[in-house]
Structures are given as C-alpha cells and as structure tokens.
Design a binder for this molecule. Structure first.
Ligand code: GDP
Ligand code: IMO
Ligand code: MG
Length: 438
C-alpha cells in the first residue's frame, strides 16, 4: 500500500519541508492537503534555499506530480507569486502541479477579517495568526453561505456570488470599524480574481479522483502535513490553534482519500520546542537559554519573520501527538542546535495543582497551569553538523535520541544535523532515503 505521511508533532516548523524533500523519491506524487500560505516549508539543497508556502515540497523534483487538494485554502495572488518565484529560479512548474477545484479561495475580506479579529482580541488573548486570512476562509467554508471555491470562479454565477458575499461582508466590516474602512468593491474584486482564475486554469482539476486513481493503481503518494499536531483545530491547544486538522487525523479528510491507504506515518519533531503566536507553552524558556536556542537555531518565522518562542523538548505533548497521529517512526531535527550545552532537559510529566500528570491536558487552562517535570540528560560538547553516520555522533547525543524515542514510544528513524538535504542520517545505517520512504 502506497501512502507515506509526514506530520509535525509540535507547534509547526519542525522542518517537515526538509523531510518531505528528502523522501520525495521514490514517490510519484506529493500532496498538500490542509492549511494554506500560513505554512512556510524550507528546503536547502545545492547551496540554494527554497521557501515553500502552498506548493508541495516535492516540486524541486520535476518528475514528481505535486497536488494541492480541496482541504487547503488558497490565496490566488500569493499562489501565483509563489509559482512565478519558483519558475524564475529555474524550477519546473507546469503539468507537474495540480490544484483542486474544491479548494476554498481566500478573498480580500478574509484578510480584513483576520486583521479585525486579531486587533479586537482582549489583551493576551490574540491567537497571533499569520494574518493570511486562513481562519476566516475556513470559517466561511464551514458556514457555507459565503464560501467560494476555486471551481466556482469558472462558472456563470461567479460575479453574482462575489456581489452577494461583498454586500454581506461590507455590513460586517462597517459595523466593526465604525464605518472608517472603505467598502469592498465587488466589480473590482471580480475582475481581479477572474484574471487570477485564468492564470490558474491549467493547473485546476478534480484531485480527489486523481489521487484515488493513483492509489488504486498502487502509485506511491507522499502526504505533506502543514503546521503541527498541537495546532490541530480539534485536538490541539484550542483556541490557540490553526483552523484545520493539522495532526495525522486530518490526512484522509483533507486529501479525500480513505485512511486505509495511509501506510506509514513519520512524525517530525525538533530536538527542542518552538512556538510562534499566542497560547500556553509549558517548557518555554523566556530567558538566556531561549535566546541561545533562537539564535543558534535561527528561530524566526519562515512566513512572518516573527521570533519563535523556544524551550525544552516536551515529551508529554509529543507522546500525545504521536499517538493521535498514528506515528510509526520519528524524524528528530535540528539536533545540532543543542550541541555545546552542558545539560539538556526533557519534560516527562507535568505538575498541575500539585498533582503529577502525564496525559496532555484537553483544556488550555489546565495546560496554562502545568509546571514541567524535567529529566536532565548530559549534553555533548562537539559540533555535529558534519556527522553523517549515527555511530559517529557523540555518545550523549545518541543517548538523548534513544531517550526521546523511549519516552515517546516510537523509534527514531531519521536524524537531522543541519538544514541541507545532505545533513541527514538514518538510525539504521544500512537504510537509504528510498527505503525509508518506501
Ligand atoms: P517546516 O515548516 O516544518 O517545513 O519548517 P521551517 O522550514 O519553517 O523551519 C525549519 C528551519 O530549520 C528551516 O530554516 C530549515 O532550513 C532549518 N533546518 C532544518 N533541519 C535543520 C537541522 O537539522 N539543523 C538546523 N540547524 N536547521 C535545520
Ligand atoms: P508550518 O507548516 C508554525 C500558527 C500561527 C498562530 C496559529 C494560527 O510552516 O509548520 P493561522 O494563520 O493559521 O490562523 O495562525 O498557528 N501557525 C504556524 N506556526 N508553523 C506553521 O506552519 C504555522 N501555521 C500557522 O503562528 O499561532
Ligand atoms: Mg514553517
């Protein structure tokens, strides 16, 4: 059975893009199935750095089909800019990219609503979104009445739909801004978006049938998760989450494929923790150590350049998200960032109101009160970014990896010691990327 999945197990930015690129071969198809341009996935190869937002990280291999399914929300001008940027750098983007006609479209009113909602949040309660209109677009999808899908843009009723939605949104925007904001102009928006639709036309198709045909024909498909499982709208640290199912449970619904095809799930974690935006983060180090991790790991958002909050590895959270996502094995990333620390801490339980808890709390108020219980492991003093064989890692680095795998209850299969495609090794030294991906 042909489905391989890559899922982030923390709060996003676990370096999923690097793993997807690494494992793209021997897959035939790479799929983005949820989220949107809130994602920023980085691939570094041959001295070049590629930042991908909506286009699957398989795009750098021209013989691979890249698919964006109906589970994503897309902003046509930013998608077109991403395509243009890749083409300008010599990357092939043509028949190798297919976009679902079921994908929901982000319009200017969604960006406006994102700004207004965040701007009106009570002090300390803002989600800290990426301001890409993601939440408002998913809200309209679920609400249905104001939703517009990519396929709608090629139909006769498109103009009337935009006029109707604009009228509705103008009432909301007027009320929320005391009339200080100029109203949306449906004629201008319609004209602008018709232009985008024409440019996107060659890529648009029914990706559900495409993927079902491929899977039934035993072709290999790699599903690229965006965000991380702790940002899952149903199972994450609600309400400080994104608006899609970013844990493993979202793959089937987002992609439109039955779960029985999802053969292997690789959970990606950083060797420590980061979070961008608001919400509780029990192991956060808002101190010199956090700043050290931020500097050494270059922890600034790929999309918004916001400094990422940094802290120790939270194994309570990772054990939960690995179970939730049905993870088979782990990819531990950015291990090099921990080099030269005298000791390294891992959170193995929480203390909440004096009680020891090892289950990840379902309510954000409990997580807010959680005090981490740490296990302290010895660090290693050598640089490891040039190491290519697990046996050449310092014993304490190997000990750290083994302990993470033990607490999470999943084997560590891939280890990354730098951003480049080559700065990667497999726990089983005899294995190659193609075998791990197969
Ligand atoms: P994604 O959203 O999960 O794909 O992750 P991002 O691309 O947002 O963030 C991961 C960052 O870490 C990127 O800048 C990568 O180039 C970088 N990176 C990936 N693996 C490693 C690693 O092993 N070590 C270091 N130092 N950086 C890495
Ligand atoms: P990748 O795929 C890290 C966070 C935002 C915010 C919350 C909601 O690169 O790992 P949204 O704009 O989605 O409504 O914001 O989710 N967030 C991410 N954090 N990596 C991401 O994607 C993220 N996508 C959204 O910072 O806290
Ligand atoms: Mg990212």
């Amino acid at each position: 059975m042909p489905g391989l999945c890559v899922i982030g197990l923390q709060w996003g930015d676990e370096a999923k893009g690097k793993i997807v690129d690494l494992l793209t071969r021997p897959n035939d198809i790479v799929v983005r199935y949820q989220g949107g341009a809130n994602a920023g996935h980085t691939v570094v190869t041959g001295g070049q750095t590629y930042k991908l937002s909506l286009i699957p990280s398989g795009i750098l291999r021209p013989d691979v089909q890249c698919v964006v399914t109906g589970g994503v929300v897309l902003n046509p001008p930013s998608l077109l800019a991403e395509i243009d940027g890749l083409v300008a750098r010599g990357v092939t983007v043509g028949k190798n990219l297919t976009i679902s006609d079921r994908a929901h479209v982000i319009f200017p009113w969604h960006l406006e609503e994102d700004r207004l909602t965040e701007g009106r949040a009570a002090a300390g309660e803002a989600i800290g979104t990426t301001m890409r209109g993601i939440g408002p677009c998913y809200r309209d999808k679920v609400g249905r009445a104001s939703a517009i899908r990519l396929g709608d843009m090629y139909r006769d009723g498109f103009r009337q739909k935009v006029e109707r939605v604009c009228a509705h949104k103008n009432v909301l925007i007027r009320a929320l801004t005391d009339g200080t904001q100029p109203p949306l102009d449906p004629v201008q928006i319609c004209e602008e978006y018709r232009g985008y639709a024409e440019r996107l036309r060659p890529y648009v198709a029914d990706t559900t049938s495409l993927l079902l045909d491929a899977l039934e024909a035993n072709r290999r498909v790699l599903f690229e998760g965006a965000q991380g499982a702790l940002l899952d709208v149903d199972h994450g640290t609600f309400p400080y989450v994104t608006s899609s199912n970013s844990s493993g449970v979202g793959i089937a619904s987002g992609a439109g494929v039955p779960g029985r095809y999802l053969q292997k799930i690789i959970g990606v974690v950083k060797a420590y923790s980061t979070r961008v935006g608001g919400g509780p983060f029990p192991t956060e180090q808002d101190n010199d150590l956090g700043q050290h991790l931020r500097t050494r790991g270059n922890e600034y958002g790929t999309v918004t350049r916001r400094p990422r909050r940094c802290g120790w590895f939270d194994a309570v959270a990772a054990r939960y998200t690995a179970r939730l996502s049905g993870v088979d094995s782990l990819a531990v990333m950015l291990l090099d960032v921990l080099s030269e620390l005298p000791e390294i801490k891992v959170c193995t339980a929480y203390e909440i109101d004096g009680r020891r808890v090892d289950v990840f709390p379902s309510h954000v108020d409990d997580l807010r009160r959680a005090q981490p219980v740490y296990e302290t492991l010895p660090g290693w003093q050598q640089e490891i970014s040039a190491v290519r064989d697990v046996d050449d890692l310092p014993a304490n680095a190997r000990g750290y990896l083994a302990r993470l795998g033990e607490i999470i209850g999943r084997p560590v299969e891939i280890i990354s010691v730098g951003p480049d495609r080559d700065q990667t090794m497999f726990a089983d030294r005899s294995r190659r990327a193609a075998e791990v991906a197969g």
